[in-house]
Design a protein around this ligand. Sequence first.
Ligand SMILES: C[S@@+](CC[C@H](N)C(=O)[O-])C[C@H]1O[C@@H](n2cnc3c(N)ncnc32)[C@H](O)[C@@H]1O
Length: 273
Amino acid sequence: MENDRLEQVRERYRAAATTVLTATGSSGGCCGSPAAPAGDSTAGAPAAGCCGDATAPVETEEVFGAALYAADETAELPDGAVLASLGCGNPTAVAELRAGERVLDLGSGGGIDVLLSARRVGPTGFAYGVDMTPEMLELARRNAAEAGATNVEFLEGRIEALPLPDAAVDVVISNCVVNLSTDKDAVLAEVFRVLVPGGRVGISDVVAEDHLSPAERAERGDFAGCIAGALSRQEYLDGLTAAGFTETEVTFTHEVRPGLHGAIVRAVKPVTV
Ligand SMILES: C[S@@+](CC[C@H](N)C(=O)[O-])C[C@H]1O[C@@H](n2cnc3c(N)ncnc32)[C@H](O)[C@@H]1O
């Protein structure tokens, strides 16, 4: 069951990245080809593999993807990074990044949040992305090269076993990926390990209202589509506390399915542990 889910997720995002890499060259995106003719109902629509329902009309899917970023934030990014956005929030906005900080993005996909982070932390800071899908890493590296970003690195790995040493980063961000993990306790433990004491978490994720059972979450969308694997708000808070975090909060921002929300997750690793 666990391996099946992992493979479904890997296959879904491999397909999404491959669609971008092969069909749109260096300036295309998962969420529709800019070359699609005017009036084409698929223009701007999410390709199969995006969070949410790939068959839904784009109007109903503005709860995911690039629509969640301010236009001035994305204006200077490569089209391929913006259009490949598959998230459910804007974690770089909530993490309040400062010059010189080291940032890690869990499940970095096409790289949009790594590139935005790199810009915010500046030349004295650094932004890492970790993703398990080689095709996504290829897309992210291509977008970074196109953006001319030199303070970034994309690492292949699973967020349940991060390829970074202890206390390597000041901030961990993520955009709609923790819900895709089959071992969320391991993810939160790894986030705690790689943060410096006093380091902080600023994650966007899909989170369920507490009354929604796992079966009810699964009725509203599949696991690889970022719905069925969502933690409830209380499960998230309990998981963060069990991992050792303090100052934990989960704030709903927008409903993505009945009883399921895009949410901001914040927490701090205590200075003394
Ligand atoms: C919904 S997309 C989000 C991508 C990106 N954060 C964004 O906002 O566009 C999920 C990404 O997480 C990656 N991913 C999913 N589960 C993972 C895991 N357990 N370990 C590492 N990467 C994972 C997928 O390969 C995919 O690129």
